[in-house]
Design a protein around this ligand. Sequence first.
Ligand code: TTP
Ligand code: MG
Ligand code: MG
Length: 433
Amino acid sequence: MATEIDTQDKPGGFCRDCLTEQPEGRTRCRACGSPRLLRHKELYGLTLAHIDCDAFYASIEKRDDPSLADKPVIIGGGKRGVVSTACYIARISGVRSAMPMFKALEACPDAVVIKPNMEKYVTVGRQMRAMMQDLTPLVQPLSIDEAFLELAGTERLHRDPPARTLARFAKRVESELGISISVGLSYCKFLAKVASDLQKPRGFSVIGKAEALDFLAPRPVTTIWGVGKAFNASLEADGIRTIKQLQAMAESDLMRRYGVMGQRLYRLSRGIDDRTVHLNEAAKSVSAETTFFDDISSHEQLVPILRSLSEKVSTRLKKHDIAGHTVVLKMKTTDFKSRTRNRRLEDPTQLADRIFRTGLQLMERETDGTKFRLLGIGVTDLEGSSRADPPDLVDQQATRRAQAEAAIDKLRDKFGKGAVETGYTFGGKDRKR
Ligand code: TTP
Ligand code: MG
Ligand code: MG
């Protein structure tokens, strides 16, 4: 209670470079002169953080080759010919993730282009995660370079409130890993994530409870988690552009118009988000499997089953806004031997079509006359859906199929699951239990 009143009355503040506490009114640190002061009324009461590395792949390459320090660097040019990321110097010229490489080089002709070295980035991601776990056991990774952390209850361990612990962490990552991070600190996941993006690179932003409504009001609806291009377009068609407009609408109205998403719009637009930070351990993979009445050895009979299982997996991924990087096929023979086959994809996916086609390739090698009693398909290496299924510049067919799938999803949302059967599943249902 006492601390609450304290934090309301006296804004907490310290220097992010040397961590010295700062009296009000100063613009530079009284100890080291740094202008990087952090001050906020709720600074010492907030415990939920989102941490995201700055220009992650590019920062690692710059770390490993100091001659790149002042040059525009683009990581990309893999198979699909798009930018994975660009350093902040290249971003000044307009280079962005997912941009076709040729466009990026038009915008920034003197950029140094480096092919991604995933193994290296995964290693750094793991090192950072281990360091996060020194702060709190409650670390929930969202992707290779970011995670949510719940720091409530860690003050005794660190002898400091979460804000200071996080600032110390940012310094530690810089000195030990040689890359920089941005921190968002708030009372809920949604705003912590928004905050970490506000001041990149080397940012540290705080969004408190008291300011949440005003902070959100002028922002576009796309700020809200789950409002992607398609949904934004339908909101725009209804004349809704800013969160302020959502704040003025009744929950019942939003739900009537947009279903479950309407409820999310209602809550998040008001800064209401009760999702807690949890360990991802429980959901390491998403899969679906089926045991047959009669053993099956024919590839043709297995295909429609694989398709409908892939659709199940995809539906669950889409529902939870997650995607998997590796497809796993599981088959059990009649003598109860298990066969599992994996393939890591270039990008995480949540599409039934990609899961199915990858599973199909894996399955082809197994259907050699062996009789099977079980078939399963799933994905692992889960992450948030933000990077899933980028348009494929080489395989235009795949992009078209992805668009078709989005259209089918829409129809199913509207008319129910059975409304659309794909050519693969049609007529394949009665073979399964
Ligand atoms: P992000 O955190 O989205 O981007 P970033 O770390 O490069 O830059 P920022 O400072 O804005 O956070 O993604 C982390 C890494 O994931 C990024 O370095 C490269 C990879 N990535 C892709 O390969 N393709 C993509 O489209 C995106 C967005 C990221
Ligand atoms: Mg990042
Ligand atoms: Mg990220």
